[in-house]
Each structure stands twice: as C-alpha cells, then as structure tokens.
Design a protein around this ligand. Structure first.
Ligand code: TXA
Ligand code: MG
Length: 315
C-alpha cells in the first residue's frame, strides 16, 4: 500500500495482542513494551519486515538488532550456548539481559538482523506483552528500542507515538516500563565482557560467572556504544548542582530541580524515570537541560552510561 495508515494505540490485552500478531505475521511493525523500554518489533525470520525496522528508525544497517524469544530452548535454535551462556540464561532469564553468542548455521533469522555478523544478540524478556506477542506469532521477534535512531529511548507508549509519524501499525500500551533502561548486553567469553551496562549489573554477573566482566571493546560492539546516542534535541549539562539561566534542571537526591529522578536518592527509581524525564525536558519550553549527578555504582553505572552519550557532541 502507498498510503500509510494511522498508528493505532491499543491498551494491552488479548485483543491488542491478536491484532498485533496479525500485523507481525503480515510483515509489519508493532511497538510493544518490555520490562526495559518499548521495542519496535518485527518477525525476525522475514527480511523485508526487518528492513522496515531499519527504515522506520533511520538506523544504519550495520547496527544489528536484538532477537527476542520466549524460552532458552527457542534461543538455542538460534544461537550456540556454551557453559557460561547457559549459566547466565539460567540466572537472569526471563529478564533484562541480552547475550551475544555465535549464530547457529541454520538459524531461522534474516541476515539483516545480525547485520551479517556471525554472532547474534538474543534475549528472553519478562514482560507479559512481549511474551504474549512472541507466543501469538510463533516467531522470534527482532526489536530495537522504539525511537528514531540516536534519540531518547521510549519508556511509555506516548514516547513512541511522539517519535513516529509512520512505522509501527500498532502501539501496545501497558503503561510505563519497569526498569526504564535497555537490557545489559554481555558476551559471555571467556573472558566475559559487558558490552552495554544495564539493569543486570556487573556485580550480579560476576557473582554468577565467578569472573568480573570486562568493559566493551573488540569489533562491532556497535552504535548503542557510539559516543552520541539517547540524545535529546537540546544541549544536556551533566553533574549540575544548580540551575543556570534558561535551563530545566532534573534533580536527584539532595539536588532538587524542576523535576526529579528520585527525591530519596533511590537509584532503581532514578533508572525507571530517566528517559521519561529527558523526554519531558526536551518537550518543554527551556532552551537547555541540566541533570544532577547520580552515583556511579550498581545500576548507576548504566544511568551514567546513557547520560554520557546523551550529553556527547552530536554528529
Ligand atoms: O532492552 C533492550 O535491549 C531493548 C528492548 C526493546 O529489548 N532493545 C534494545 O535494542 O535496546 P537496540 O537495538 O536499541 O540496542 C541493541 C544493541 C545495539 O547497541 C547493537 O549494536 C547491539 O545491541 N548488538 C546487536 N547485535 C550485536 C552483536 N551481534 N554484537 C554486538 N552488539 C550487538
Ligand atoms: Mg536503542
């Protein structure tokens, strides 16, 4: 069809899942919540459907996607699991952990998903909406965050709707996401490497693997790892303890602002609110955004990773 139908937002439930599954099976796109952020999902076995994700996001085709499955068994049909990968999956799935593993030779995944790499990023999400959609379609689903490439990730259906004039046929609305930051990405190794910090912390991974994961590095390890990403349209100043003229200040703990990530200094609450606070600051009247410092431990490592990239000089 030449005409782009309006994007429909449907409240999460059986009817929404049935309608969304029809869209996926026909090769279309659906925005769906996970426990981390909203994803822009397509049938990972359908190359044209996957191509629509790249087109809708304006995403460079060298930046591979995450494949979402409902169980470890489904993951094992796509990726090769060694002992370390199995240990991590047993410990953290379903949940906000993505594993980068060797792609199986006969994996039922379009090569565009992995951008032609011989590895695949795969995760088993916990959110019932994403799990229902995988089950209803019977397909592995490729899903990046449901935002235009390089922009702030969506933690609410409204963020998705504001980001796209076309692309997803349906947005499934299940309210704000729980974690608020994208999954941790780990290459199990040995030696294990944490390619993107996230809700599953390096400490938690070390406890399970018996080895502290190293930082990224290596070949692709890719544009979520680019200097500028998660970027608001306005300049962002980090480590702010007071508001300067023209700024909208996002507070944390003792630093109170126009908005706050967590007045009590709760880091999990701060992670869940970060992208929503950035979206609202970006949509408001102030010319620039400032944000208070957040401790660089636990989930704070992932918060600061996103903030560094959000504040970096834009390409
Ligand atoms: O929480 C999440 O992971 C969300 C939800 C929707 O599941 N998805 C998400 O996808 O954050 P995306 O596309 O925004 O980020 C995927 C990251 C990118 O940085 C990409 O470069 C990296 O995963 N990636 C994908 N395949 C890879 C591979 N084979 N090797 C290394 N990095 C890979
Ligand atoms: Mg993203």
């Amino acid at each position: 069809p030449n005409r782009q139908d309006a994007i429909r937002t449907l409240r999460y439930g059986a009817q929404a899942i049935a309608a969304a599954a029809d869209v996926i099976r026909a090769g279309g796109l659906v925005a769906v919540p996970t426990e981390t952020v909203y994803g822009l999902a397509a049938d990972a076995t359908n190359a044209e459907a996957v191509a629509r994700i790249y087109a809708a996001k304006g995403r460079p085709s060298f930046n591979p996607l995450i494949v979402h499955v409902a169980s470890v068994d489904e993951a094992k049909a796509i990726a090769e699991f060694d002992a370390g990968a199995t240990t991590l999956a047993d410990a953290f799935w379903p949940g906000p952990l993505t594993l980068v593993l060797p792609l199986r030779a006969n994996a039922p995944v379009a090569s565009l998903v992995t951008a032609g790499l011989d590895t695949v990023a795969i995760r088993c999400p916990a959110h019932p909406a994403m799990r229902d959609l995988i089950a209803a379609t019977g397909r592995p689903l490729a899903a990046p965050s449901a935002n235009p490439s390089g922009g702030i990730s969506p933690t609410r259906a409204e963020h998705v709707a504001a980001g796209f004039r076309s692309g997803p046929s349906i947005i499934i609305d299940a309210g704000p996401t729980e974690a608020g930051l994208e999954s941790s990405i780990v290459a199990p190794g040995p030696p294990p490497r944490l390619l993107r910090p996230g809700p599953v912390t390096a400490e938690q991974i070390a406890t399970v693997l018996g080895a502290v994961p190293g930082a990224g590095g290596g070949k692709i390890e890719a544009p979520g790892q680019l200097a500028s990403h998660y970027a608001p349209s306005k300049p962002l100043r980090l480590n702010a303890t007071e508001r300067r003229a023209g700024e909208w200040l996002i507070g944390f703990g003792d630093v109170s602002g126009d908005d706050t990530l967590s007045a009590s200094g709760d880091m999990v609450e701060a992670a869940a609110r970060l992208f929503d606070a950035l979206h609202r600051a970006d949509a408001g009247d102030a010319a620039a955004i400032a944000i208070a410092p957040v401790p660089d431990s636990g989930i704070g490592v992932a918060i600061n990773d996103r903030l560094q990239r959000a504040a970096a000089p834009r390409p």
